[in-house]
Design a binder for this molecule. Structure first.
Ligand code: AR6
Length: 179
């Protein structure tokens, strides 16, 4: 599925984020930038040790924020390491932190003249964020951001499972139909 808002095309696809040909791939990282499972494991495996070397130099990243490194051997020259919140009960600041992490990625992308960026569904794996709530925050933050003037031409959400893809798809349809 694809929608174009202002000058930015937003795509949804199902698959493995490490195969995306984009300027920057977003990693669902942890605050220590220490690597892990899920997207984090896949990105470090496919990108090689240069990414971990760069993460070690940075040292860490607060929840709700993001940092940028090389993409190592990945098809993307950059990786944006985004630290989403661990989901507790939904009223411990998780929505604000999740919105903030997407905004941080978009701001970092613009600052680095990135024209295409791939996002996973941040926080909805090991960090336990319910998919529908997280998808709503992810999509609304991106849609809001691209109504302004931005150098980002292409934003891809890469969903791993078919239920996650369907959830994002039905939400994006609703959100773009009703404004
Ligand atoms: N491509 C795209 N999406 C994927 C891939 C992939 N290769 N692999 C998993 N997903 P998660 P989080 C989906 O756990 O919840 C790590 O250990 C997955 O199905 O990667 O933010 C870090 O080090 C889910 O929908 O990230 C942190 O400690 C989504 O990506 C912690 O997990 C996010 O799942 C971060 O947890």
């Amino acid at each position: 599925m694809q929608v174009t808002i202002h000058t930015t095309a937003i795509f949804l696809c199902q698959g493995d984020i490490t195969a995306q040909c984009v300027d920057a791939m977003v990693n669902a990282a942890n605050a220590r930038l220490a690597g892990g499972g899920g997207v984090d494991g896949a990105i470090h495996r496919a990108g090689g040790p240069a990414i971990m070397d760069a993460c070690k130099k940075i040292g860490g990243c607060p929840t709700g924020s993001a940092v940028i490194t090389t993409g190592g051997n990945l098809p993307a020259p950059h990786v944006i390491h985004a630290v989403g919140p661990v989901y507790r009960n939904g009223s411990s600041g998780e929505p604000e932190l999740l919105k903030s992490v997407y905004k941080s990625c978009l701001n970092l992308a613009e600052k680095n003249h990135i024209k295409s960026i791939a996002f996973p569904s941040i926080s909805t794996g090991a960090y336990g964020y319910p998919i529908a709530e997280a998808a709503h925050i992810a999509l609304s933050t991106v849609l809001e951001h691209v109504t302004g003037s931005t150098g980002i031409e292409r934003i891809v959400f890469v969903l791993f499972s078919s239920p996650d893809f369907e959830c994002y798809q039905s939400l994006l349809e609703k959100m773009t139909k009703h404004g």
